[in-house]
Design a binder for this molecule. Structure first.
Ligand SMILES: Cc1cc2nc3c(=O)[nH]c(=O)nc-3n(C[C@H](O)[C@H](O)[C@H](O)COP(=O)(O)O)c2cc1C
Length: 143
């Protein structure tokens, strides 16, 4: 069955303390585990960056909850497409602190939207590759 992945960035409506983030993640992970949605959230300097993946209907449910949250605003979708496989098998929502510069660089990568007649569905976007590199090494090459 097809899997869908979504990438977006947004700004927190107020600076998030670690308690606020703990609460958010606890809530998100509980719901994501029910829906089998996996992914990772980055936060730094009032900037959120998130990737989440799962079966289309489940991703829609989670996306709706995310869009409704009063904790952030100015959500900009960077990628939304079928993904060849799940990237985060065990993370119902992983978390990393990230410097604003890393989130800025990630946002400037090439992300892919579904273009049915032109896309290679099996390819991983350059943006996704950089996200993986950041999780692995803690840094990002310039776009
Ligand atoms: C940056 C961000 C990421 C979120 N990620 C998820 C998620 O992965 N899964 C989920 O079910 N809800 C997610 N949510 C929603 C929250 O878990 C929860 O609904 C929210 O903290 C409560 O928002 P409220 O204060 O507006 O009621 C996210 C919210 C924000 C702001």
């Amino acid at each position: 069955m097809d899997m869908v992945g979504v990438v977006y960035m947004s700004r927190s409506t107020r600076p998030m303390q670690s308690d606020d983030l703990d609460r958010l993640l606890m809530d998100a992970r509980t719901y994501n585990a029910e829906k089998d949605v996996t992914g990772v959230l980055l936060y730094g300097a009032s900037q959120f960056f998130q990737y989440f993946e799962g079966h289309p209907a489940d991703v829609e449910d989670v996306y709706e909850r995310i869009r409704r949250s009063s904790l952030h605003q100015q959500l900009v979708e960077l990628e939304r497409r079928r993904v060849p496989q799940r990237f985060f098998h065990k993370w119902f929502m992983g978390f990393r602190d990230a410097p604003a510069s890393a989130i800025q660089k990630l946002s400037q990568q090439r992300w892919m939207h579904e273009i049915p007649w032109a896309e290679d569905h099996s390819a991983t976007s350059p943006g996704m590759q950089q996200l993986m590199a950041f999780l692995d090494t803690g840094s990002i090459e310039d776009a």
